[in-house]
Design a protein around this ligand. Structure first.
Ligand SMILES: [Zn+2]
Length: 211
């Protein structure tokens, strides 16, 4: 099905932005962007022109930040003082696999693509697991969604190593007596939950409670 997004490609000027990048091309990109697709604001082989464009864009925007990159050996690179490529950029032109893109834009589907701060897109999908009560439950897990690397479960961003999932909620306090909840002396040891009061506190308020 065509979306309005697809129709944009009929516009030559817009379609041009998505042509494959060429070696030595200077590209102005929006950094810290949450776009699934890297959208270049300027492309060209003239370093000074690209640099000027980038500076101008940055002056004109308080909220967005734009950076200049060069295509070198097929990857985006930072640029040295003379316009030559230096180190590889964290931002790359990631190619998301079609079915993940489709799921992302399909509002009735469960999963969606999120973009890491470094520009790397990954997919949140539902996975069924058995919880501590022995019941089947769903949780969202991050998986890779690139054309050449997809459906691989990940905990960290493969591009910048940022942690993508929050640590599991601690269930430690669920079983603890109300008096003991949050106390540093409490342990989950069934036979002796607390070193100070092995058989539990005598009153509702424990005199030795300590965070
Ligand atoms: Zn990342």
């Amino acid at each position: 099905m065509d979306t309005s997004y697809d129709f944009e490609f009929l516009n030559e000027r817009i379609a041009e932005r998505y042509n494959p990048y060429q070696e030595g091309e200077y590209i102005v990109i929006q950094t810290w962007s949450s776009n699934v697709r890297l959208v270049p604001l300027h492309r060209g082989f003239d370093y000074r022109e690209a640099k000027q464009f980038c500076e101008f864009e940055n002056l004109g925007s308080d909220y967005n930040h734009y950076s200049l990159r060069i295509v070198y050996q097929g990857k985006l690179h930072h640029i040295g003082y003379d316009g030559a490529p230096t180190i590889k950029s964290r931002e790359q032109d990631w190619k998301v696999a079609a079915d993940y893109l489709q799921a992302h834009y399909d509002r009735s589907s469960d999963g969606e693509i999120e973009v890491c701060n470094c520009s790397y897109p990954f997919f949140w999908k539902f996975k069924t697991y058995i919880n501590q009560h022995g019941e089947g439950a769903d949780k969202l897990i991050p998986v890779t969604c690139l054309m050449d690397d997809h459906s691989r479960e990940i905990d960290n961003c493969p591009n910048c190593n940022a942690r993508l999932i929050e640590e599991e909620e601690e269930d430690t306090w669920e079983e603890a007596p109300d008096t003991c909840k949050g106390c540093k002396y409490y342990s989950e040891n069934y036979f002796m939950p607390c070193a100070v009061h092995p058989y539990g506190a005598d009153d509702d308020i424990c005199p030795d409670y300590s965070m």
